[in-house]
Design a binder for this molecule. Structure first.
Ligand SMILES: Nc1ncnc2c1ncn2[C@@H]1O[C@H](COP(=O)(O)OP(=O)(O)OP(=O)(O)O)[C@@H](O)[C@H]1O
Length: 274
């Protein structure tokens, strides 16, 4: 993809607008005791972009996503979001700032319906608490109605109307992944983090998920950062790719550059991938 890079952004080959920097990771180092999961990594994520993080198993990708979403606080480095340095925050505070995520292993309430699971994605946006709901019924009811309408829009968008009342535990894997995406979208995030959204899916399910990710990006303007092992998917979907290996960044750029990057090719040689 030939792009005229600038600080304001650029237009992609398929006509999408990439804006200025939304999130910047500066010299991030993360240790678990003696294990260095991330060593001095810097990269940025731009508004409207689909940004992939790839690398062999144990490279530090999930750790990086956990730093972005506030689950881990790095020992060194700075996280900048929307032009401001982010102080150490709890994950729910990060979520309130407009960052939502899905997990490598699906994290849904199996006994609850699809609709109710997606509704939990709106919790960080709910203004009234229980006491207010008791005292100020009108406002709480109005709020509830708005939340339900927003959830219904997402259900339509992701084409899961037919399972809205079904307990999540009864769904096949691919649909559970779609419900997880729906729950993350219910928070109306500015930045959506997807941890291996296609893992364990068959070809048809992967194609569906790809389409939904592109549609979310296109129609809601959501910036997306994703970890994915399927190289075909990564190269098709993403605008730019960060490559990690043993906790270090060994590549960063558009898919065409990454494909021909020798350090990246070497890191992948002899490593098995799905
Ligand atoms: N909570 C933790 N405690 C101790 N070590 C951890 C923890 N989380 C990750 N690590 C270690 O940090 C390194 C990076 O792990 P991480 O899960 O981030 O890699 P990854 O690239 O996401 O791997 P995969 O593709 O297998 O999911 C590994 O050596 C891992 O064992």
């Amino acid at each position: 993809m030939a792009q005229a890079y600038s600080t304001e952004g650029w237009i992609t080959a398929d006509g999408r607008k990439i804006g200025p920097v939304l999130m910047e990771m500066k010299n991030i180092t993360l240790r678990f005791g003696g294990v260095k999961a991330i060593t001095d990594i810097s990269f940025d994520i731009r508004e409207g972009e689909i940004r992939a993080i790839i690398g062999p198993n144990g490279a530090g990708k999930s750790s990086m996503l956990n730093v972005i979403s506030g689950f881990y606080v790095p020992q060194e480095g700075e996280v900048w979001f929307r032009g401001a340095k982010r102080p150490p925050m709890k994950p729910y505070e990060v979520a309130r700032q407009g960052i939502a995520r899905t997990f490598q292993n699906i994290a849904l309430f199996e006994g609850m319906s699809v609709l109710d699971n997606i509704m939990t994605g709106r919790l960080t946006m709910m203004e009234t608490n229980l006491a207010q709901q008791a005292l100020w019924w009108g406002k709480a009811a109005r709020e509830e109605e708005e939340h339900r309408a927003a959830v219904e829009r997402i259900i339509d968008f992701l084409e899961i109307q037919h399972i809205r009342k079904t307990p999540v535990g009864r769904l096949p894997y691919g649909l559970k992944k779609r419900v997880e995406l729906a729950r993350a979208l219910a928070a109306e995030p500015k930045l959506l983090l997807l941890d291996e959204p296609m893992a364990g899916m068959n070809v048809e399910e992967k194609e569906d998920m790809c389409r939904f990710i592109l549609d979310v990006n296109d129609e809601f303007g959501t910036t997306i950062a994703l970890i994915e092992h399927d190289m075909g998917v990564v190269m098709d979907l993403s605008d730019r790719v960060v490559v990690m290996d043993y906790g270090k960044k060994i590549g960063d750029g558009p898919p065409d550059d990454i494909r021909s990057n020798k350090a990246v090719i070497d890191a992948y040689l002899g490593v098995s991938h799905e």
